[in-house]
Design a protein. Structure first.
Length: 635
């Protein structure tokens, strides 16, 4: 069969008479059978449910109109409220004065299969059947006619094709759309003048409601021609290229089903866009919230001296290093940072990494390998676990902070080249401390290497913020790693150890060798922060005072809470309860996250408060009160 004539293949799926999904293609005759089969497969797997009826229509088409695709651009919205505000301003830009009323019409609309056809100025609905609406059909992307049909929906390409046809219809001035697919939160505003503007978030994931309005002018008395064009004129849209990686593949369904399972279990997570400087108050979708979850324990990320050092370094050394440390990426400030870190932590030498995560992965996987044994605390940070996995060494997990268990495991671990005992210093989800003196003594007794991750201890634990060794007044572990990204307010990680170990890492640590050197801005900010920590050790004392004030405020309200660091966990157990408590606190403008599986074990979900030296006592007292209220109301 030749490429001509073309056929329109339309699919509509429903259950109990209610519409579930629909799609169409315009394809060459030889592709029609497979296209029909693919559309049926797609209907059967639709996230809104399995249909009890699928109708297929295959019709020869002629007189096809070719039109160009609207130009595409993306507007980032953090929340559905943001997204709707963006949509409103875009409609205004498209010349529609009553934009806010149109957005309200869309939000208030009942589910319908087609679109509303609304006059831009009178807001009168012009479609003859308000239940059915107007449907834009008979269209496809040009160039797809000989290709194999897609097995899954590509929202992006299909929406551009539809919007381009709609924008070309007589009298249409704009369109606004929110998808009714519960998994698809992106919507758009389109018009001939401003093009196709994707808006990244128009509703919450899982919300099955959507809607579509075609906005027109000057056709109130005779909308028939416009409706006929939308519903009947076959159109091929030129240049509607699909967004790569979106849909059109056999693996989309398996990803969707995992995401759906997570949502069902209260494990769904997404990023939140915060405005303002890092610190104790952030602006979130236009309101100010108190932040009680930042790792910036000393308020240094927002300190003007630290920011100035970063800005100056960018001007002096450049924005990036454009090379790995062993090639062209080592600048004078890298050497200075490492010397200062070694001095501050009382080590022979130090090595910096781009992040604390990379420091753990890079140091553990270099020190331990096949033929070695790593003994790892069961609550160690994910970056330690990943380092252990990558190393290829045998890994033995001992009970949390249980030195008896560690001794038992060490005493049975003969025949290994190296034995490495790895522990968080401050445990990041519980706030407790590793028993460093006992751990070091055991390592010496059994000839093992001791390795401590002081990420949450730097700037927090010990009189001068030098970590666990200072706190306990004992020797340092053989290897201490830390991060520049938490209390030091910058970004990066480091390893402190003997010169021998550091030389070994320079030659063996793959994240050090094969990744670009830390940026001058991050390095200079870390140096400045370290200087402040040295010059102003009272910050550490102020932090400790704030922690004590906060836990005492909770205790007064009957909530037992304790910590050896700045992390205060309030363990609630159930994942959904923790998520609900966090959401209620957010309603009261306190940002306190629910920590859930996989960060902590299943059934150990919690609220996790991080106290900062920058918090005012008023804010801490108000937070304790809000937590007590929310937990009491949920009991
Ligand atoms: C945060 C953290 C890290 C990772 O540090 P980044 O600089 O954020 O990559 C490593 N270990 C522990 C214990 C941490 O809490």
């Amino acid at each position: 069969m030749s490429d001509r004539p073309l056929y329109s293949v339309k699919m509509r799926a429903s259950r109990d008479g209610a519409h579930i999904s629909g799609a169409e293609r315009i394809v060459a005759g030889k592709a029609a059978p497979e296209t029909a089969a693919a559309l049926v497969r797609r209907a059967m797997a639709h996230p809104k449910g399995t249909p009890d009826s699928i109708s297929l229509k295959v019709v020869e088409t002629s007189g096809i109109l070719h039109i160009p695709a609207l130009p595409v651009s993306t507007e980032v919205a953090a929340t559905p409220e943001d997204g709707l505000a963006v949509a409103e301003s875009l409609l205004r830009k498209a010349g529609i004065a009553r934009a806010s009323e149109i957005v309200a019409m869309l939000k208030g609309s009942r589910p319908m299969r087609g679109a509303m056809l609304v006059d831009a100025d009178s807001l009168v609905r012009l479609e003859p059947d308000h239940e059915r609406g107007v449907r834009a059909t008979c269209m496809d992307a040009a160039g797809a006619q000989g290709r194999l049909p897609p097995t899954a929906k590509n929202h992006y390409a299909e929406a551009i094709v539809l919007a381009s046809k709609v924008a070309a219809a007589p009298g249409i001035v704009a369109e606004i759309c929110i998808s009714d697919d519960p998994d698809y939160v992106t919507g758009y505003v389109a018009s001939p003048g401003i093009g196709y503007r994707r808006i990244t978030r128009m509703k919450e994931p899982g919300d099955p409601h959507g809607g579509r309005i075609f906005i027109c002018r000057g056709i109130s008395s005779s909308p028939d021609e416009t409706i006929r064009f939308l519903e009947e004129t076959p159109v091929l849209v030129e240049g509607a290229t699909p967004l790569s990686g979106v849909g059109d593949s056999c693996w989309r369904d398996s990803i969707d089903s995992e995401l759906k399972t997570m949502r069902g279990r209260g494990l769904w997570r997404s990023t939140r866009v915060l405005g303002g400087l890092p610190g104790t108050v952030a602006s979130l979708a236009g309101r100010n919230v108190a932040v009680l979850s930042s790792n910036g324990y000393l308020g240094l990320a927002e300190d003007a001296r630290v920011r100035r050092a970063a800005a100056d370094a960018a001007m002096q050394y450049g924005a990036g290093t454009a090379g790995a440390r062993l090639t062209t990426g080592t600048f004078p400030i890298h050497a200075e940072l490492e010397e200062r870190l070694a001095e501050f932590f009382g080590a022979e030498a130090a090595l910096s990494f781009a992040t604390g995560y990379m420091a753990n992965v890079g140091a553990i996987s270099a020190i331990a390998g096949k033929g070695d044994l790593i003994l790892s605390d069961e609550l160690n940070h994910a970056s330690i676990i990943d380092g252990c996995r990558l190393s290829g060494a045998d890994v033995s997990v001992y009970r949390h902070c249980d030195m008896g268990d560690l001794r038992g495991k060490l005493s049975q671990a003969g025949g290994y080249r190296r034995r490495l005992v790895v522990s968080d210093g401050v445990f990041s989800m519980d706030g407790d401390l590793a028993p460093l003196p006992e751990l070091i003594a055991l390592c010496r007794e059994y000839g093992a290497i001791s390795y401590i991750d002081d990420a949450h201890a730097v700037g927090v634990v010990g009189h001068g913020g030098r970590g666990l060794a200072e706190h306990f007044g004992c020797d340092r572990a053989d290897i201490t790693i830390g991060t520049l990204s938490k209390s030091l307010g910058s970004e990066g990680g480091f390893v402190c150890a003997s010169r021998r170990v550091i030389d070994y890492l320079v030659n063996r640590s793959r994240p050090f060798i094969f990744s670009t050197a830390p940026s001058p801005t991050a390095v200079a900010a870390a140096i400045a922060a370290l200087q402040i920590l040295e010059d102003e050790p009272w910050r550490v004392g102020k932090l400790r005072g704030n922690v004590e004030f906060f836990t005492a405020s909770l205790a007064r309200r009957g909530i037992p809470a304790g910590t050896d660091s700045a992390i205060v966990p309030l363990i609630l157990g159930d994942e959904k309860i923790a998520a609900e408590a966090s959401a209620r606190l957010m309603e009261r403008n306190f940002m306190i996250p629910a920590i859930r599986y996989p960060t902590v074990p299943m059934g150990a979900a919690r609220l996790r408060v991080a106290v900062s030296a920058a918090h005012g006592r008023d804010m801490l007292a108000a937070a304790a009160e809000a937590i007590a209220d929310v937990l009491a109301a949920m009991r």
